[in-house]
Design a protein around this ligand. Structure first.
Ligand SMILES: CC(C)(COP(=O)(O)OP(=O)(O)OC[C@H]1O[C@@H](n2cnc3c(N)ncnc32)[C@H](O)[C@@H]1OP(=O)(O)O)[C@@H](O)C(=O)NCCC(=O)NCCS
Length: 230
């Protein structure tokens, strides 16, 4: 499998207009969920719905359907499971178009990213967005394999922040694709020797090679977005 990078991810950025507009498009179920999100996370959570719904509209458009609105879609999430979605519109048989679709989403500090792919044959997406930041030595040791830790240790601080954030982002994407999140220690996930190679590539899980398709990029203001398909 090889997925083109363009169009693979739907990315949205925080603006006041977008956030207030987005609230009006929530379904009653989503509005109920929104009330339970802590105030400091409400905007990011909304951005996450916006990115997810944008990715779903893109997916459905690929099937030739262009009439779907944000308010027609309901994102279901919670219980530490991958998010799912429904289309609450009956004019045509959306069910048959989306029945195999798989969604992943992430939001952080005013940026949200989402991806929808066909899950036929068990294929799964996992996405993550992270602002490039500093990690303590202890944290790096905690989530990297011994080989990864040695590689990072030799980098200058600017390169270290970039690479450590990238490693984290790729591992979290992989764990989301698996559907387990951080219930599996990211230290058990081994990244490819050369993380700059995109496309079909092997990770390892507890030393066993596993096939993935990897994509990542850096947005101009220092956010890394990643997508792993397994
Ligand atoms: C999933 C997880 C990695 C998300 O990390 P994060 O940096 O906080 O947040 P992100 O914005 O990148 O991603 C959040 C989205 O991941 C999705 N998600 C949650 N659990 C998921 C899972 N197990 N697999 C895939 N995606 C998941 C959700 O859609 C969530 O967004 P939403 O709550 O707004 O709908 C993290 O929350 C996690 O591991 N949770 C599990 C913790 C847990 O269950 N502990 C107890 C036993 S091990």
């Amino acid at each position: 499998m090889f997925f083109l990078s363009e169009n693979r991810l739907t990315v949205v950025r925080d603006t006041e207009f977008l956030v207030s507009d987005m609230y009006n498009d929530l379904t009653p179920y989503e509005a109920g969920k929104y009330q339970m999100v802590s105030d400091s996370k409400k905007n990011n959570w909304l951005l996450g719905r916006f990115a997810a719904k944008g990715a779903i509209i893109k997916y459905v458009k690929n099937a030739g359907l262009v009439n779907l609105q944000y308010s027609d879609i309901e994102i279901r999430s919670g219980n530490n499971k991958p998010p799912t979605f429904l289309i609450k519109k009956n004019d045509i048989d959306y069910e048959s178009i989306i029945k195999n679709a798989r969604l992943s989403l992430s939001h952080s500090k005013g940026v949200a990213v989402a991806q929808v792919i066909s899950g036929e044959f068990g294929v799964r997406p996992g996405v993550d967005v992270e602002k490039i930041r500093t990690f303590s030595d202890e944290i790096i040791k905690g989530f990297c394999t011994d080989e990864e830790y040695l590689k990072l240790k030799n980098l200058s601080s600017v390169d270290l922040n970039h690479e450590a954030t990238l490693y984290w982002c790729l591992k979290e994407s992989y764990l989301k694709a698996l559907g387990v999140g951080l219930c599996l220690n990211p230290k058990y996930i081994g990244l490819p020797e050369d993380v700059s190679l995109l496309g079909d590539i092997y990770f390892t899980v507890k030393g066993t090679p596993v096939a993935t398709n990897m994509y990542w990029t850096v947005l101009e203001d220092g956010y890394i977005i990643a997508s792993i398909i397994i």
